[in-house]
Design a binder for this molecule. Structure first.
Ligand SMILES: Cc1ncc(COP(=O)(O)O)c(C=O)c1O
Length: 461
């Protein structure tokens, strides 16, 4: 006889009916049964406490189950949970838009809501495409994106992402894009050294190297709809930190060739890189910016794609075919918007940017010494993100990428110590909620150091 549902563990019940993302369901370890969250900690059904070292897929900034966000959500639920957004509006959507425009780089003026990071990118791509058709330049249809990019899992977002295990099975469904070099300094695409290079990988020089952004723009000229980038930090494609000269150069080249610049700040927005938005590192204003993840402090799915007047104005017409025909059932969801407003309040009240600055300092101090380990190829730190790229051979910089077995092995080792991390294969990173204390950060760094030292020893090096 089977046991009644309530007597079975959550894991047993999950195994019978749930399909998890990015998970080989045949060989996976049991999922962690999380029953509660508080601050930087998650609590499991079987009584463990885990520090959330990756902010629950990079979304959480104020900690789990924050009283102020809980109250904002409950209060909004008592008033209005949802309403169609095509011909209705409501206070949370308007107020969040106003609040976003007040903190975004100046010149971004129109907020279009969607559901998540991928849809924020889809909206940006469609806006850019239709911007040119509305202007009577339908041939501008090509997107330029970067190698190692990750923009999400929907079809447009996958098409514009770098070729990877995330996209390969779907290749026949995807549209063509032109791909330019990313400034991956540890593995420089041009074989140069950052200490002496002039960011030649951008291709802004008079005779740009092939496959640089400059060379592609020169070759494709008037057929480019937009250049789409993750400014300063390419996330899921390997946690690649940019020289800010590259970011400044992307804007310059877009201006030079008269095309749009889309900044995908789904990961980097809301302080993660040490500035409110990563574009600020180089005082860049994109034509379109994509936001999600920390937009609601890690509470609810919400995307926002924000455009300049110059983009928006091309959609204003007596001709109804120039309308932006895009929307989602939950566009502008009031619950998500209300939590987004409360999250922005908290951001200022808690001095979030100062916290990220302190976190950056601790991450640098704790991770830099690991460079000496034989399995460590590179250490990168930007804002609240600390990255250690692991290699099999330090000289040859060899590594097997996302499917490297070191990833699951490290995950297990950290879990045994009460730390929840999810390396991207051979790229280990920590990205905790900003509320993490100095003592908690020190503890995280101690675990990282201990586990990597053990791994070095067991690798016999
Ligand atoms: C830069 C970037 N863009 C887009 C996305 C897609 O966001 P979502 O997972 O909410 O669809 C991600 C997700 O990690 C991301 O890092």
């Amino acid at each position: 006889m089977t046991a009644p549902l309530e007597r079975k563990t959550l894991v047993a019940r999950d195994r019978a009916c749930v399909w998890h993302p990015y998970t080989q369901m045949l060989t996976r370890p049991d999922p962690l049964p999380i029953v509660r969250g508080s601050g930087v900690y998650l609590f499991t059904e079987d009584g463990r406490r885990l520090l959330d070292g990756t902010s629950s897929w990079w979304v959480n900034i104020h900690g789990h189950s924050h009283p102020k966000l809980n109250e904002a959500l409950a209060a909004q639920a008592r008033e209005l949970e949802h309403v169609v957004f095509a011909n209705c509006t409501h206070r949370p959507a308007v107020e969040l838009a106003e609040r976003l425009l007040a903190v975004l780089p100046p010149g971004l003026t129109r907020v279009f809501y969607s559901d998540n990071g991928s849809t924020a990118v889809e909206v940006a791509l469609k806006l850019a495409r239709q911007y040119w058709t509305n202007r009577g330049e339908p041939k501008r249809a090509t997107f330029i994106t970067l190698h190692h990019a990750y923009h999400g899992d929907t079809v447009g977002a996958m098409s514009t992402s770098g070729d990877s295990i995330f996209t390969r099975a779907f290749a026949p469904m995807l549209f063509d894009v032109a791909r330019a070099h990313a400034p991956y300094c540890y593995r420089c695409p041009l074989g140069l050294e950052r200490a002496t290079c002039q960011v030649e990988c951008l291709g802004a020089t008079p005779v740009p190297a092939p496959a640089t952004l400059g060379a592609l723009l020169e070759r494709l000229g008037g057929s480019v709809a937009a250049v789409l980038v993750e400014p300063m930090l390419q996330g899921a494609g390997g946690m690649i930190v940019w020289p800010l000269e590259f970011l400044a150069g992307v804007r310059r080249l877009c201006d030079q060739f008269g095309t749009l610049m889309i900044a995908d700040e789904v990961l980097t927005g809301f302080g993660r890189t040490g500035r409110m938005f990563a574009c600020e590192h180089a005082s860049v204003v994109p034509d379109i910016i994509c936001l999600s993840k920390a937009l609601t402090g890690g509470y609810l799915p919400l995307g926002a794609t924000v455009a300049t007047d110059a983009v928006y104005d091309t959609f204003l017409s007596e001709d109804r075919t120039k309308t932006f025909f895009h929307g989602h059932s939950y566009t502008g969801n009031p619950l998500a918007c209300a939590v987004g407003i409360a999250s922005l309040d908290l951001f200022h009240e808690t001095g979030a940017l100062a916290r990220v600055a302190a976190l950056e300092h601790s991450l640098r101090a704790g991770l830099e010494p690991l460079r000496d380990l034989p399995i460590v190829g590179d250490v990168r730190v930007l804002g609240g993100v600390g990255i250690v790229e692991l290699v099999a051979d330090k000289e040859a910089k060899t590594a097997s990428g996302y499917l490297d077995h070191i990833g699951p092995r490290l995950t297990e080792a950290f879990l045994a110590r009460g730390l929840l991390l999810r390396p991207l294969g051979n790229v280990l990173y920590v990205m905790p909620p900003y509320v993490i204390t100095e003592a908690e950060t020190a503890w995280v760094l101690e675990q990282v150091s201990d586990v990597l030292r053990e791994e070095s020893l067991s690798a016999g090096r």
